[in-house]
Design a protein around this ligand. Structure first.
Ligand SMILES: Cc1cc2nc3c(=O)[nH]c(=O)nc-3n(C[C@H](O)[C@H](O)[C@H](O)COP(=O)(O)OP(=O)(O)OC[C@H]3O[C@@H](n4cnc5c(N)ncnc54)[C@H](O)[C@@H]3O)c2cc1C
Length: 328
């Protein structure tokens, strides 16, 4: 492992000043970053520990949403009463992730920025366009079972591995960021990137910036929401395909719906085509299936992960059935 310097930030400003020097990375819970240091995937010169900075807690906002400080731990977020009542899909997504010990350490900001679990990315003896630009993507002809089927490119089929961001994508969360030039923010769909010809960047976070908070806008039907995760083990495993959804039904008709898929793309995948296909439709198995088919029509799987197309359809239809409850 490459040696590095360590410093503990005393203010957001001082952290940003240090992060202005290339080769510097913020350290939050360390549950992803430290693993990647050990593997030699991340090779910073300086780690800036941001764990003692006050990014705020979990606050209700005037529109019925929530403002969540970047340092809030995943276990605290999952246990919060406002999260569980207003946005149960978020609590369920968090609780489906990792283990109790990891969730106690993992922070909101660090969770958003966890790196892909593509085995080629994590193995420095292998080529990988994300880690070593221009070296190639052996995953495309190789071990791709866990990898992407939507929005992939000829250079990268890695997936965002997290659960929390999938729920936040369905909720249209805003990522608040601070930089030396002042604060800025991103709608989560604009925060994450597709791989295209430059898979090195997972997000549009400016160099040297810090995530300070995540804002979830109010969603009146957020309480009618859930998160489903298909994975190889019942716990302590990343999702093969996940679904975050919220559904608003009146008189047997879909008034509004939010859907995001995980495990299928370089970014948490907002299923806008399925949403649009469902609005105003009768709550029936046929409309759910048609919505899933419409969303997945653009899928370009490999031979090894073609099963994800059928799995995503079943997961999406099943989740909508569950949320529709007595309305069918
Ligand atoms: C065995 C195992 C199983 C796991 N299973 C799952 C799972 O099923 N689902 C899931 O979603 N996750 C899973 N995880 C991943 C875990 O959720 C992440 O490692 C964790 O959320 C990262 O948060 P952290 O605070 O530890 O981040 P760190 O490891 O400290 O940082 C991660 C990255 O974010 C950057 N960073 C951190 N905070 C900020 C900030 N405020 N602003 C800017 N940059 C920042 C760091 O520089 C680093 O690049 C698993 C991890 C392990 C080890």
């Amino acid at each position: 492992m490459k040696t590095f310097e360590y410093e503990r930030a005393t203010s957001v400003r001082s952290a940003l000043t240090s992060l202005g020097t290339p080769g510097t990375k913020p350290l939050a819970g360390g549950t992803n970053l430290v693993d990647l240091l050990k593997l030699g995937v991340e090779r910073p010169d300086l780690l800036v520990d941001i764990n003692r900075l006050d990014f705020g807690g979990i606050e209700p906002t005037d529109d019925g949403g929530l403002l969540i400080g970047a340092g809030v731990r995943n276990s605290d977020l999952a246990a919060d009463l406002l999260v569980r009542t207003r946005f149960p899909l978020l609590a369920k997504a968090l609780l489906s992730a990792a283990s109790g010990q990891l969730r106690n350490m993992a922070s909101t900001g660090g969770n958003l920025l966890q790196r892909t679990r593509c085995t080629y990315f994590m193995d420095t003896t292998k080529p990988c366009n994300k880690r070593d630009p221009g070296s190639g993507c052996p995953a495309i002809p190789g071990a791709s079972r866990e990898l992407g089927i939507l929005g992939v490119s000829n250079d990268c089929i890695a997936t965002h591995p997290g659960d929390m961001a999938v729920a936040l994508t369905a909720l249209g969360a805003i990522i608040h960021v601070d930089t030396l030039d002042g604060p800025t923010s991103f709608e989560i769909g604009e925060f994450y990137r597709l791989p295209g010809a430059d898979p090195t960047r997972d997000t549009n976070l400016p160099a040297g910036a810090l995530i300070t908070a995540v804002e979830i806008p109010g969603l009146p039907f957020g309480a009618v929401s859930t998160y489903r995760k298909a994975r190889d083990r019942a716990s302590y495993a990343f999702g093969l395909v996940t679904v975050a959804a919220a559904l608003d039904v009146e008189d047997g008709i879909v008034r509004d719906v939010r859907i995001a898929l995980g495990g299928v793309s370089h970014k948490p995948w907002r299923a806008s085509i399925a949403e649009e296909s469902l609005r105003g439709k009768l709550v029936t198995a046929r409309s759910f299936e048609a919505a899933a088919d419409a969303e997945l029509a653009a899928a370009t799987p490999t031979e090894q992960n073609a099963f994800k197309v059928a799995l995503a359809k079943r997961m999406l239809v099943g989740t909508l059935h569950e949320l529709a409850g007595g309305h069918e």
